[in-house]
Structures are given as structure tokens and as C-alpha cells.
Design a protein around this ligand. Structure first.
Ligand code: NAD
Ligand code: UDP
Length: 334
């Protein structure tokens, strides 16, 4: 019996593959490398010292996906594959809806056909839109502000409907807050193409001297120091959350959403300070206007994941910055 990991060559998927292999699971990985590189697969093998089957397949290719299920004894799927850039999704919405939603429909149809009714799905805190309160509990009102977020919310709805239509399904909808950091080996991490959109990859490039300064998007929010507050979570902690969620769905039925965050909010200025402390580098910044669509504050209510998945993040903001920097200075670009 194997766990199928879609998008396993990506940032969160690759860290989760390592934890799955370390926990003794057999895995089968599928990715089309639209946002990752083949070297990552070798690095997962190098770090874990374990082997696994890899398929370079696009999830939109129904025949190729079915072939994976025919050739392997799959017991559950961890579904990471999808496009994830908010700004890009505004410019090319049809690609986002097609890649994220159609591929999930294809995957679910084939899972149903092969009697595989267990899935861990990568959702996002973006489904909370501009939250009414923080910490945000899972039963908050859901809304989205961009096509990427809409794909996540729509897929959650599709999976809930699927669970309602057939009570044999067991699905965990994992709503990630802000994943950052990298594997302690420095061999895998987040390596976005071009100029990064997200805070940590951007700070990393400023620290490394590749970019002159960080633009802080607004210092007039109603927060502790006026800059945006987010719930940053170490990608290794996050990947452990998937192991706990997998253990849960393997033994239960139904569809449940879980927040995966630390429950703590850090401002942009606090993150800069933590990064400067661990890297010894000065992070030059300028305050610019607010980024359209940004919210002031976002952090998780983590009680449900703690109580029902027996999972809690353990790494500090310094650990997260340290591992991000470590990956960056190793300069092992993959
Ligand atoms: P990533 O882009 O690094 O990984 C996604 C992987 O899926 C990539 O390797 C890509 O090549 C692959 N992929 C995309 N479309 C595919 C397709 N049609 N067929 C096969 N492979 C395909 O992203 P990530 O940061 O690891 O995120 C993983 C998941 O978590 C995504 O669904 C993302 O939306 C979600 N998520 C990410 C964040 C974040 O900040 N990183 C936050 C919330 C949710
Ligand atoms: N941010 C910033 N400058 C940047 C990138 C991000 O000031 O170059 C801020 C952003 O306004 C937000 C926080 O950093 O308050 C986290 O942004 P990110 O894009 O990483 O995550 P998200 O907005 O999706 O939560």
C-alpha cells in the first residue's frame, strides 16, 4: 500500500515526502515540474536515503493518472499539485481554474473508480478572505478575493459534496497559514523564479545582496507596529501536520477542515528583526503603499488541529528565518 503524493516535487510536497518516508510510508510521487525541478526528487532520496516511484505526469492527463492507480496499490492521496501565485491568478484566471479544479476532478474520479476514498488536500487560509476576527477558527465565514483563493474554496466545496454523496470518503482540508523556512539540510527549500512576491524569499534576496531593499507594503495598518501581521509556520512543522492528518483519515470517515499555523502573529518589522538576528545581515527596507488585496492581520486558531490531529508547530520564528537563510547561502539552487 502506498500514499500518492501529487505535487511532491514542490516546496511543501518535497518536505512532506521526506517525513512520510521517515515515518515508514511507501510513497508514489507525481509532478509535472511546472513549478519545480527534477533535482528535487533526487534530493528527497538523498536526504531520506529511501527510494520511491516517481511519475512525471500532468494531472490533467486522465489516462496517465489512471495508469498510476493501475500500476500501484494506492491507499490514500496527499494532493498538493496546483498553481499558487495570487497575482498571476488575477491575470490568467482560466489557467488557474483549469489546472487546479479540473485536475482535482480528474483525480477524484479516478480515486472513486479505484475505491481510494482518502485524501489530504492543500487548502489555504486565503479561504477566510478578510477575517472577522483573529485567531481565526475553522468555522469562520469563508470568502475569497482572487481566482487562486476561489479555486481553493471551490475545491473545498467539491470535496465536501463528494463526502456528502458517499460517506466512505475521508478527507482532511488543510488550511495553511504562511509556510516559510526550509529543510535543515539546506538541500530543499523555496526557490521562486524571478523577483519573489512573498516576504521571506524577498528578505532572503535582500540579505544575500541580490535585491537592494525590501518594500514594506504599508505601515499604517491597525497592528502592533503598523505593518501586516501573519502566522508564519515552518515548512517542516507543516509537513508533520500532513502525517498527523493522514493518520487521522486512514482511521476515520468524513470531511474536516483544519488550520495549520502556529497561532502566533508576527509583523513584517518583527520578521525583519528576527532575520537580521540569525543572519547577521542588515535588511534594508523602504515603506511603500499598501499592496492591493492585503489584509492587516491573519493568524490561526490552532485548537482543532491540536485536539483532533494531536499536532502542534514547535519551531520559532528564528528557526524559520535561520533555515530560510541557510538554504539561501548554501546557494544550492535546484
Ligand atoms: P509548489 O508550486 O512548490 O508545489 C506544487 C507542485 O505541483 C509543483 O511541483 C508543480 O510542478 C506541481 N503541479 C502543479 N500543477 C500540476 C499538474 N497539473 N500536474 C502535476 N503537477 C502539478 O507549491 P507549494 O508551496 O508546495 O504548495 C503546495 C500546495 O499548497 C498548493 O496547492 C498550494 O496552493 C497550497 N498552499 C501553498 C501555500 C504557500 O504559501 N506555499 C499556502 C497555502 C496553500
Ligand atoms: N510584504 C511586504 N513586502 C513584500 C512582500 C510582503 O511588506 O515584498 C508583507 C505583506 O504586505 C504581508 C506580509 O508581508 O503583510 C506577508 O506577505 P506574503 O506575500 O508573504 O503572504 P500573504 O500576503 O499571502 O499572507
Amino acid at each position: 500500500m502506498a500514499i500518492l503524493v501529487t505535487g511532491g516535487a514542490g516546496y511543501i510536497g518535497s518536505h512532506t515526502c521526506i517525513n512520510l518516508l521517515n515515518a515508514g510510508y511507501e510513497i508514489v510521487v507525481v509532478d509535472n515540474f511546472s513549478n519545480s525541478k527534477p533535482e528535487v526528487i533526487e534530493r528527497i532520496k538523498q536526504i531520506s536515503r529511501k527510494n520511491f516511484l516517481f511519475y512525471q505526469v500532468d494531472l490533467l492527463d486522465e489516462v496517465a493518472v489512471e495508469n498510476i492507480f493501475r500500476e500501484n496499490d494506492i491507499s490514500a492521496v496527499i494532493h498538493f499539485a496546483g498553481f499558487k501565485a495570487v497575482g498571476e491568478s488575477v491575470n490568467i484566471p482560466l489557467s488557474y481554474y483549469h489546472n487546479n479544479i479540473t485536475s482535482t476532478l480528474i483525480l477524484c474520479e479516478i480515486m472513486k473508480k479505484y475505491g481510494v476514498k482518502k485524501m489530504v488536500f492543500s487548502s489555504s487560509a486565503t479561504v477566510y478572505g478578510d477575517p472577522e476576527k483573529c485567531p481565526i477558527p475553522e468555522n469562520s465565514t469563508l470568502s475569497t478575493t482572487n481566482p487562486y483563493g476561489s479555486t481553493k474554496l471551490m475545491i473545498e466545496q467539491i470535496l465536501r459534496d463528494l463526502g456528502r454523496s458517499d460517506h466512505d470518503w475521508s478527507i482532511a482540508l488543510l488550511r495553511y497559514f504562511n509556510p516559510i523556512g526550509a529543510h535543515e539540510s539546506g538541500l530543499i527549500g523555496e526557490d521562486p523564479h524571478g523577483i519573489p512576491n512573498n516576504l521571506l524569499p524577498y528578505i532572503s534576496k535582500v540579505a544575500a545582496g541580490d535585491l537592494p531593499f525590501l518594500n514594506i507594503f504599508g505601515d499604517d495598518y491597525d497592528t502592533k507596529d503598523g505593518t501586516g501581521v501573519r502566522d508564519y509556520i515552518h515548512v517542516v512543522d507543516l509537513s508533520m501536520g500532513h502525517i498527523r492528518a493522514l493518520e487521522k483519515i486512514l482511521t476515520t470517515k468524513g470531511v474536516e477542515a483544519y488550520n495549520l499555523g502556529t497561532g502566533k502573529g508576527y509583523s513584517v518589522l518583527e520578521v525583519i528583526k528576527a532575520f537580521e538576528k540569525v543572519s547577521g545581515q542588515r535588511i534594508h527596507f523602504k515603506v511603500s503603499s499598501r499592496r492591493p488585496g492585503d489584509i492587516a492581520t491573519c493568524y490561526a486558531d490552532i485548537r482543532k488541529a491540536k485536539n483532533e490531529l494531536n499536532w502542534q508547530a514547535s519551531k520559532t520564528i528564528e528557526d524559520m528565518c535561520q533555515d530560510t537563510w541557510n538554504f539561501s547561502i548554501n546557494n544550492i539552487k535546484v
